[in-house]
Each structure stands twice: as C-alpha cells, then as structure tokens.
Design a protein around this ligand. Structure first.
Ligand code: AHR
Length: 500
C-alpha cells in the first residue's frame, strides 16, 4: 500500500499566509481567567498574565487571536471591561451561564496580545447590540486622541490607538443558541449597516461577516448567499466555523473530518463567487475560518452550569486530546493550507484550557496537549508558497463520507531559501502506508528532518502528570535517494518532512 505524491515547484496555490495560524480567546470557562490571566500565580507578570502561557503561545506560533467571543460576545458590553477594575460591573454571561467579573477587558487583552506578539481580531456584539456600540468600541480602540472615547482610553493608560485591523461583525448569528439570533435577512441588514458605519470611521478595516456555524446547519449556503448579496461591497471575509469529534466509536469518519472542511470551504467560495457574478462585482470575498478544532461537544464537560449556579470561570470544555485528535488537527491544517488562495485567516478555537492546545493548572503548571504539536510545527515550517500535491493513494471506507483517501498532503516551497516542507497524514485507521515522492523537479535537495506524530494506542493523551506522552518523533524510515523520498507512515499518523 503506497501513497505517491506528485509535486512540482510550479504547482503554486498561493503564498503561505501567517494569519492561517490564528487562535481564539473567549471569556469562557478558564480561557481568560486562570488561562492567560492568573494574578498571584508564581509565573504571573506585573499585570497578572501567566508568563508560562505567553511562552507557550509564542512557541505555538500563533499569528492572530480572536477575542472576546464566541457566543459570549453576543451579550457582552465592551465598556464593562474598561476603566478602573474595582469599578467594573459584574454581570451574568448568558451564553455560558457564568458570572463575568470583567477584571479582564479590551485594554488587558490588547496588552496581553502585544506581549504574546499576536495580531488581535476583535468581535463586536451584534446579538443584543448594534451599529452604535460597534462604533463606540471602534472609537475607543482605534481613534487618535481627541474624542471622548479615545481620551478615555488614554486616561486608562493607553494613549496610542491600538489600530485593530480585523473586526468580526458578530458571532454565529445563524445559530438558534445565539443570544439575539437572527434570520439571514435580519442579520444581513444589521451587518451591512454596521459595516457601512465602521467604514465611515475607517475605510481600511478588514471586516468579517458571519457565515455558517457548520456545514450541517439547515441554512448553510442560503445564509451566505443572502448575507453576501447585501453586504458584499462592505466586507472582506465571510466566516466559517467547524468542530469535529469521534462519535460512538466511529474513528474512521472522524479521521476523515478534513473532507468536510474541504467541502465547507469549496461551498462557501462557490457561493461567494456566485454572488460576485450576480452583482458584477470585482473583488473576491475571502474566507475567515475563525473557529475550527476537535471538540467533544456531546460530553459532560461541555455542558454549562444551570439553575442558580452562575460560577466565575468554571471548568468548561476542557477536552483532553489524544494522539488521534492531533492527527485530525494536523489534517485540518493541511486542508486550510491547501485553500490558502481563498482562506485569508483562520483561528484554532481556542488557545488555553477551553478546547485548547495549551492547558494550565490553577496555581500550577502549564503543558502542551497533543494537538499543540502539529499546529506549532506547521506554523513554524510552512514558509514561502503553498504547493498543490497530487495524490495517488488507496482509500478507506467510513460512514460519513463513504470513501476517503488514506493519505492527504500539502507542501510549502520557500524558493528563496530553498526549503521544501511536506505535510502528510495517514488517516487510515488500520493500515500503514509507504510514501513515494519524486522530488526531481526541485533540484538538489537534502533531507533536513522527518518527524511523525503517532502512538501505538491512538487514545493516549498528554496530561499534567505525563505532558510528553504524545510528541512527534524522528521517523527513521524516511530517506531521500536520487531525488526520491520514501518512508513508512504508520496508520493514524501526521508527519512533517523538511528538505533543503
Ligand atoms: O468555541 C466555543 C464556541 O463554539 C463559541 O463560543 C461559539 O462561537 C461556537 O459555537
């Protein structure tokens, strides 16, 4: 059983976009409180930010971070989170049935983002609020000194405008679970008018309109068409969200999750281009895949508190990831990279503790989940141009998609530095694959490194006690001879092969 990859330096898709490697910080569970921010922790800096989490965020190679939600944002009053901390209101967060202390808000997050070296992406509330409040937060964040709100920012210790470029026009407004949920027509109106007003303040913003919360949504496709028909000229990107999990032991369908992501992106692009044709528009709308990950939504850890219980920063969505989850995350990254011509931005949801690559113990250590590794290695080594890879591979049967190819791959080629990197996954649940790649068209190359993430028991996870149970290992079988790359890819594995 062999997978043959056909690769050529001319098979360029698009340049690698740094924004593909975004993440997400929501006021949810222990992501903010006890995640990025834990005053009193031995590793906390003078502002209460955990230096160990900052360090891991940098190591993860995160480019941009979406904030403050998520479902949370649809009931959020941004002004609650600025000004003297002791005067900030405490409120119920309806989305996660929690109490929001507001001790972290816009200024704290942007200070953290600067320390982490990430670009912020800010979501405005279009659930319980609208145009006026979106303009206010834009003025507070980005206006130069001399207006009431920019002067308030200066009085709060931040005289310089933050210059946030990427703004999400609400969150998952197609979802009936969303506070202030809207029909496509209602949302199209609100988003269009919000975008128009925000552009009057600053025409150069990059605006992201809400697309679908998943390809299974009953309004998928129709939603994008309605919203883009109205908002087309005023927005730059349409969002896409997708979460995957192994359900009822169906690991084969789970391993093939990237087939859904491929279909999702292709369908949104086709819909956007159809609207473009209808409107005789010039520009193309790009995709912002600003929530994606493995998420075991059906498990108890994802159930918010209820009744009289409104805790602050409860343990919520703290999924523990295993080796198979990491392979799926690696294969979703392959799908995102392959679509770099149309996916202009993406955010792994989320960053810390909440369906996250980074976990922390209160007052204790921070560690890397299994999913940390494919993300960090892809972000670090995907450089130059994305190359399409033609695959000749066997397939495996699964319930969700029927048949899926056992392997999937993408490559990046940094012509200037002569670096070729191949990302390849064996997502067959049972069978190893032999890798065969002819690299003759790239000139003289040598193998720099071949790493494979795999575990004999794919359900093995990284935990506080065993943080390195699953980590990429050198794949000794990979060799390069006479321009031909060969090696073995074990069943359920993700690999990176670097050549120079
Ligand atoms: O990331 C967790 C939640 O998933 C977000 O709050 C919401 O936007 C999505 O449904």
């Amino acid at each position: 059983r062999t997978v043959t990859l056909a690769l050529h330096p001319a098979f360029r898709i698009a340049p690698v976009r740094r924004r593909t490697f975004g993440a997400f910080v929501e006021h949810l569970g222990r992501c903010v409180y006890g995640g990025i921010h834990e005053p009193g922790h031995p590793a906390a800096d003078e502002d209460g930010f955990r230096a160990d989490v900052l360090e891991l965020t940098r190591e993860l190679g995160v480019s941009s971070v979406r904030y403050p939600g998520g479902n949370f944002v649809s009931g959020y009053r941004w002004e609650d989170g600025v000004g003297p901390v002791e005067q900030r209101p405490v409120r119920h967060d309806l989305a996660w049935h929690s109490t929001e202390p507001n001790t972290v808000g816009l200024d704290e997050f942007l200070t953290w983002a600067e320390r982490a070296g990430v670009e912020p992406m800010y979501a405005v509330n279009l659930g319980t609020r609208g145009v006026a409040e979106a303009l206010e937060v834009l003025e507070y964040a980005n206006a130069p000194a001399g207006t009431t709100l920019s002067d308030a920012r200066a009085a709060n210790g931040h005289p310089e405008p933050y210059g946030i470029r990427m703004w999400c026009l609400g969150n998952e407004m197609d979802g009936p679970w969303q506070t202030g949920h809207k029909t496509a027509e209602e949302y199209a109106r609100t988003a269009t008018e919000t975008a128009r007003a925000m552009r009057q303040e600053d025409p150069d913003l990059e605006l992201i309109v809400c697309g679908s919360s998943g390809s299974q949504m009953p309004t998928f496709g129709a939603w994008e068409s309605t919203v883009l028909t109205e908002a087309y000229e005023l927005v730059d990107m349409v969002s896409a969200h997708a979460y995957y999990a192994e359900k009822d032991g169906d690991s084969a369908s789970f391993l093939a999750s990237a087939d859904d992501m491929d279909h999702f992106i292709d369908a949104v692009v086709a819909t956007a281009d159809h609207v473009r044709a209808k409107l005789k528009a010039d520009k193309r709308i790009m995709v912002s895949f600003d929530e994606w990950n493995v998420w075991y939504q059906h498990r108890a850890e994802s159930r918010p508190p209820s009744g009289e219980d409104w805790p602050v920063a409860p343990v919520l969505l703290q999924d523990t990831y295993n080796a198979m989850d990491a392979v799926v995350v690696g294969s979703l990254l392959i799908s995102l990279l392959r679509h770099s011509d149309r996916v202009a931005s993406a955010s792994l949801a989320q960053l810390v503790n909440v369906i996250a690559p980074i976990m922390t113990e209160p007052g204790g250590k921070a560690w890397r989940q299994t999913t940390f590794h494919p993300f960090a290695l892809t972000s670090r080594h995907a450089r130059g141009d994305v190359l399409e890879v033609r695959l000749d591979a066997p397939s495996f049967a699964n319930e969700r998609f029927g048949e899926s190819t056992s392997a999937d791959a993408v490559a990046t080629w940094d012509e200037q530095n002569g670096d070729l990197t191949v990302f390849v996954v064996n997502r067959d649940p049972d069978r190893d694959l032999d890798l065969a790649v002819d690299l003759g068209d790239f000139g003289q190359l040598a193998l720099t490194e071949a790493l494979t993430l795999h575990h004999a028991d794919p359900y093995t996870a990284n935990t506080a006690e065993e943080p390195d149970a699953v980590a990429p290992q050198v794949n000794e079988s990979v060799a390069l001879q006479d321009g031909r790359l060969s090696g073995t890819l074990p069943a359920i594995s993700w690999s990176i092969v670097r050549l120079h």
